[in-house]
Design a binder for this molecule. Structure first.
Ligand code: NAD
Ligand code: WQD
Length: 331
């Protein structure tokens, strides 16, 4: 298949491109490098030693530019990762988030219709479930999220659902990711946040490297195993493989799948696993809860297992080990 990957230079996109290339697919990446660097392209080529890869530096919400790319490339599938993803920033700059995240989705959907693309896969998020009791299942009603970022994911889902009704020949799949962490085992690609990391794993690796003095654990008074927040961490390589499984096996006109492990891990459990596996102490302070955080979020991962024949294979140990190898290699 020939696959257009929007946001393919980013964290999850680059890992998915590697999996696609290794399975013999042809890939066209479109990314404006807003949150990624050009060297990722060479790293993908170093890992895969495959050249069936094209890159366009372009904004996926620009209809004219994207129309030219679709016209020229005639792709079979679109995997749409491009978007902004910082929850806190989305509260401060809501219009920027609505504009980019919705316009990229609508532009790509509209061109997929025009050029008769067969498969359209969208990066959604567990955040669309809002505050509900885990395990979270695809059939649950979506709830209000605490931030514009989450709303852009819910709105994009709704747009694509409505769009699917008039595009019965297209397989449209929404993938709701839980918490992707870790990196490719080569240590060449991974998550490289700009500035102070918002997410737990990159913060931990930066503390391990001495870039930050200590971790701040946001609350230890939740109703969880040790009082700290519980999340469903998924190795980014397993997540990338979930896209391939969706491309191959999601056969209906409109599909929704959780991509998670189905297992909850607390902040302290993650820290202690990191310390044990990598032999590095992570100093931390317990501080106030972070506004908007939920106590426990994990997936019911059974639907993807049953219908996509996909499940996570890599462990929390693999995740913390690979995240650290990537951080050590950086700069
Ligand atoms: P990322 O920021 O690393 O990658 C996104 C890529 O999209 C970047 O390379 C960025 O330069 C590019 N981009 C942004 N706007 C663009 C535009 N208008 N045109 C072209 N390129 C553009 O993020 P990620 O972690 O790889 O996330 C990928 C997708 O998955 C996003 O849609 C994100 O919301 C979603 N998601 C991420 C997580 C997570 O925890 N990382 C969880 C759930 C969902
Ligand atoms: C995990 C746990 C924190 C940082 C966010 C988005 C979500 C999704 C994934 C895209 C929580 C705790 C964190 C720190 C901490 N992204 N923590 N100290 O909040 O589950 O989800 O990223 O869709 O939409 O909201 O992930 O990694 O930020 O936090 O104690 O410095 O670690 O309180 O319990 P989260 P996270």
């Amino acid at each position: 298949m020939k696959v257009l990957v929007s946001g393919g230079m980013g964290y999850i996109g680059s890992h998915t491109v590697v999996e696609l290339l290794e399975l013999g697919h042809e890939v066209v990446i479109v990314d404006n490098l807003y949150n990624s660097q050009i060297d990722v392209l060479d790293k993908i080529k170093t890992i895969t030693k495959i050249n069936k890869l094209k890159f366009y530096e372009a904004d996926c919400s620009n209809m004219n530019i994207m129309d030219n790319i679709f016209n020229k490339e005639q792709v079979d599938a679109v995997i749409h990762f491009a978007g902004y993803k910082a929850v806190g920033e989305s509260v401060l700059k809501p219009l920027m988030y609505y504009q980019n995240n919705l316009n990229t989705t609508m532009t790509l959907a509209s061109l997929s219709e025009k050029y008769k693309v067969k498969h359209f896969i969208f990066s959604s998020s567990a955040t669309v479930y809002g505050d509900q009791v885990s395990p979270l299942h695809e059939l649950m009603e979506l709830k209000v999220t605490t931030n514009p970022y989450g709303e852009t994911k819910k709105m994009s889902e709704r747009i694509l659902k409505d769009f699917s009704r008039n595009n019965k020949d297209m397989n449209i799949t929404l993938l709701r990711y839980f918490n992707p962490i870790g990196a490719h085992k080569s240590g060449l690609i991974g998550e490289k946040p700009q500035g102070i990391p918002n997410n737990l794993m990159p913060y931990v690796t930066q503390v391990a490297k001495g870039i930050r003095e200590k971790l701040f654990v946001f609350g230890n008074d939740y109703d969880t195993v040790d009082g700290t927040g519980v999340r469903d961490y998924i190795h980014v390589v397993d997540l990338a493989k979930g896209h391939i499984a969706a491309l191959m096996n999601a056969k209906s006109n409109f599909n929704i799948y959780n991509l998670g492990s189905g297992v909850g891990t607390s902040v302290l459990e993650l820290i202690h696993t990191f310390e044990r596996v990598n032999g590095i102490k992570i100093p931390y302070d317990i501080v106030e809860r972070r506004p908007g955080d939920l106590a426990t979020v994990y997936a019911d991962a059974s639907k993807a297992k049953k219908e996509l024949h996909w499940g996570t294979k890599l462990t929390l140990e693999d995740m913390v080990k690979d995240a650290w190898v990537f951080e050590k290699n950086l700069r």
